[in-house]
Design a protein. Structure first.
Length: 69
């Protein structure tokens, strides 16, 4: 069973859509190589500099930008 802190942020919102908030210490990441894929990754990694940042956001773009968001 997953802890409530992980499950609560991914449950459907009041109109059936997903909540925009991420679990504590995590970020939602739109995969740059598969823009329609959303991943939950540690916030520290999502904000990391250097090679990690370049692998998550090649050319400083993420999947959300590729989707037009």
């Amino acid at each position: 069973m997953l802890p409530k802190g992980i499950v609560a942020p991914v449950q459907s919102g009041p109109i059936g859509g997903g909540k925009s908030t991420s679990p504590p210490k995590y970020s939602w990441h739109h995969n740059a190589y598969k823009p329609t894929t959303i991943e939950r990754i540690p916030r520290a990694e999502h904000k990391a500099y250097g090679l990690v940042q370049n692998s998550l956001h090649p050319n400083q773009k993420d999947g959300l930008k590729k989707l037009g968001g």
